[in-house]
Design a binder for this molecule. Sequence first.
Ligand code: ADP
Length: 270
Amino acid sequence: DTQLHVQVRVARLGTRFVLLLAEDRTESYRLDEVRRDFVANISHELKTPIGAIGLLAEAIESASDEPAEVKRFAKRLTIEADRLGRLTHEIIELSRLQAAEPLASAEKVDIDSVVAQAVDRNRVAAESHRISLVSGGDAGAEVYGDEQLLVTAVHNLIANAIQYSPDGFRVGIGVSNVDGVVEIAVTDQGVGIPESERDRVFERFFRVDNARSRHTGGTGLGLAIVKHAVQNHGGDVRVWSQQGSGSTFTIRLPEASKAPVPPAPAPSAG
Ligand code: ADP
């Protein structure tokens, strides 16, 4: 029972005629799906050996009778295996999101709890950079969706705010609910994003070319995951930024009581 995907275009010819063009896109949808599954499957297969490499490298690093040089290389190996592990994890996550199916597990999710979980998951990273996470406000609201996906989205924004701030600075997390639109804003006083790059940061694998990005060991997938996760919930994400003085990323989601049915995801291209 294949689903048929038809793209319809409408053109007006003068004042009396309308031209309707219908294009059968079923095959290209199917190929997209095959490509996504393929990428997700390979990434899944890579997870186990990468995990093993990381563990073995750690074992060498902590073996007391190894020469210092060997330990130094083992440490680098651990760092790279860790990065590869994150990359495969994020590729799987993103290909799952891009399947653009209506949310499989749409349930009412408490937004204040989502934000609290995302903050908690960043505490260790924040402490190691002496960054204080300052939360304020509450939504007192629920949205339809997938709780873990929403936690991941907010987590990624906070993790970036920490990564792209100098040690010892603050990161603010503000939650509000205005007329049925739930807003989660993450603000930092970090390096900021040049205006020319601002629209591109949500693209897959895009990373601003600055000293900071080179040293964080990021994957360039974090914000693409945020964008797709939020769109799948019928919401959007925006960025405000000033180079050198900081950035604010804002997620907006429709409150469940104002959305009578679980929202269909926006089509996700790119
Ligand atoms: P990465 O894994 O590189 O952090 P992301 O998709 O999360 O990937 O972000 C893409 C790029 O956007 C980053 O490499 C960084 O250059 C820029 N960026 C993201 N968040 C911030 C922020 N809070 N402040 C400054 N730059 C940011």
